[in-house]
Design a protein around this ligand. Structure first.
Ligand SMILES: [Zn+2]
Length: 87
């Protein structure tokens, strides 16, 4: 591979499957086992354009069209200032 990492400049990547959290207009979609290439030095992850388009299409299908997702989770939300232990 000829490309180099935009962040650290190294040229060694490994193929991985990771969890991708897509966020748009206050809504979220978590997609598991998304293929990416990860910089072996700094860990920056790079996703191919067709992969991102597929995730966007999935987001649209679920949040706009109303197709049920495979499953859902509920996620706690906290304000940092209200969290204990930060004084
Ligand atoms: Zn890097």
């Amino acid at each position: 591979m000829d490309k180099v990492c935009n962040f650290c400049g190294h040229a060694h990547f490994r193929h991985r499957q990771v969890q991708y959290i897509y966020r748009h207009a206050g809504k979220y979609l978590i997609v598991n086992q998304v293929p990416c290439e990860e910089c072996e030095y700094c860990g920056e992850q790079y996703f191919a354009a067709p992969v991102l388009r597929k995730i966007e299409a999935e987001f649209h299908a679920i949040h706009v069209v109303g197709r049920p997702p495979t499953h859902s989770i509920s996620v706690p939300v906290e304000e940092y200032a209200h969290a204990p232990g930060n004084r």
